[in-house]
Every structure is written in C-alpha cells, then in structure tokens.
Design a protein around this ligand. Structure first.
Ligand code: HEC
Length: 238
C-alpha cells in the first residue's frame, strides 16, 4: 500500500491514518506520510523516532500532537533497545551454579553455540555482532562483575556477571528466552566468552586504539539490528 505522497507506509500508520482520517486535515496527513516514507535505515534515519522529521511532534496547535497517532513512534525499532528497564530473568537466582565440565570441551561447545543462529528467534547468532571481538567495549577487559553500558542503560543493572550478560544478550539482541541456569549451553557459552575476553585483553594491551567502533545497536548503517524488519516503518514495502 502506498500513501498520498507515493511512499510506502507501515501497516499501523495506514490503519491509524484511516481511523483518524476525518479528524486530521489532509495536508498534515500528507506531510506526515511523506516524512514516514523516507526512512532509509536505522534509528537515526527513522522518521518515526526523529522529532525533527515528525510533523506531529512539533506544534502545539497540531491536532495530531495530542493523540497517540503514530504507533511507530511508540515502538522501539531496535531489538537491542527492546526491553524496558528491569530484567529479573537475566539475573542469576541465588544458589544457582553453572554446569561444570572439561574446560576445553566447554570452550569448543561454546564456540559452536556462539555461531549458531538457532539460539535466537531473529536469525542472529552471537557471532553476528561479536565476530572478531566486535561490539565489545573496553569494559569487557575488566574482571566480572563489571559495568556494561547496555545492561546499565537498558535493564538498569549497574554491575553484571558474565553469565548474566550472556542471558541479557539472549533476551535482548537475540530475542530469545534465557538459557537454563544449570544448562551445559550456558556454561559452554560462558567458557567460550571467557576465552574471547582473554583475546580482547591481549588485543587491547597490544593496541589500545584498535578498539572496535562497534556498538551494533547504535544507529548506523552497519547496525545488524537495523537489517531486520523489526521497525515496521523502515523495512516493509507494500
Ligand atoms: C545484535 C547484536 C548482539 C548480539 C546478537 C549479541 N550481542 Fe552480546 N553484546 C552486544 C552489545 C551491543 C553489547 C554491549 C556492549 C557494551 O555496552 O559495552 C554486548 C555485550 C556482551 C557481553 C558483555 C561485554 C562486557 O563488556 O562485559 C557479552 C559477554 C556478550 N555480549 C555475549 C554475547 C553472547 C554470548 C551472545 C549470544 C548468545 C551475544 N552476546 C549476542 C550485542 C550483541
């Protein structure tokens, strides 16, 4: 389906536009649709997210401003930003211990799991973001528990353990359920990620300037979170 300005619309936009068509002057609607249709990618360019590009956001006299008219504005476009504050399911229950096993075997199993897209519901593997130590920030070099920006910003967890951070990545970017706390899988991923941490430390020590620019959740073209049809305005063609 296409809007009056000839640009593709997201479904909710269309539905809402139709619901409200008697209430919204056609000129404003056309402007809104034109702005919505021009999103190339990611958050920065998402007109639903950007105040400047959203004609409904700016003016007090605008009849659209008072209503929850743009459903796209309310939804987080980025799965990395998807969950609201507080995520008790990623915090290890007291008394729970990770599975144990031969370290080398755990690392091997962990590496396979790390590259396995079946762990997620959205086609990603851990490796989609963390290949070549990508997406890790300098905090990764610190002993656990430590602060991780994503955990702090999105779940309000100021210090997080390695296994909990894996669970957080399972729930947020991977859009899956947390692994069972006692499972071999979690122990294996923790073992493998622990090895990555050692590599990261070596790399950081060798060349502190080489830190990857990569927060894949940041609004960039290279954002793997932006590639999926998570943002109904950005991705769908009608
Ligand atoms: C869509 C991208 C994405 C995917 C997929 C993803 N992660 Fe992450 N991961 C991130 C981001 C972003 C951070 C946060 C970096 C920060 O804020 O410092 C992060 C942080 C981490 C950290 C903590 C780093 C630190 O500083 O202590 C670990 C460990 C981790 N991820 C493991 C995993 C594992 C294991 C998987 C798969 C189950 C996974 N990640 C899947 C993006 C991703």
């Amino acid at each position: 389906m296409r809007g009056q300005a000839g640009k593709p619309l997201c479904r909710e936009e269309v539905v809402t536009a139709m619901d409200h068509r008697r209430l919204i002057p056609a000129a404003i609607l056309a402007a809104a649709l034109a702005a919505v249709g021009s999103a190339p990618s990611a958050q920065a360019a998402n007109p639903c997210a950007s105040k400047a590009a959203n004609p409904c956001a700016a003016k007090a006299a605008n009849p659209c401003a008072a209503k929850p008219m743009n459903p796209c504005a309310a939804k987080p476009a980025n799965p990395c930003a998807a969950k609201a504050a507080g995520m008790p399911e990623v915090l290890r229950p007291k008394g729970t211990k990770l599975a144990t096993g031969d370290h080398k075997q755990l690392v091997k199993q962990g590496e396979a799991l790390f590259k396995d897209t079946k762990l997620s519901t959205n086609g990603m593997s851990c490796n989609s973001c963390h290949a070549d130590l990508g997406a890790f920030q300098p905090t990764f070099a610190q002993p656990y528990p430590h602060q991780v920006a994503m955990a702090n910003d999105q779940a309000g967890i100021s210090k997080i353990a390695l296994d909990e951070m894996i669970q957080l990545c399972m729930v947020v970017p991977m859009e899956a359920k947390p692994l069972k706390w006692e499972s071999k899988e979690l122990a294996a991923l923790a073992a493998y990620t622990g090895e990555l941490q050692k590599q990261y430390r070596k790399q950081a020590a060798a060349n502190p300037c080489a830190a990857k620019p990569a927060n894949p959740c940041a609004p960039k073209a290279a954002n793997p979170c932006a590639a999926k049809p998570a943002n109904p305005c950005a991705a769908k063609k009608w």
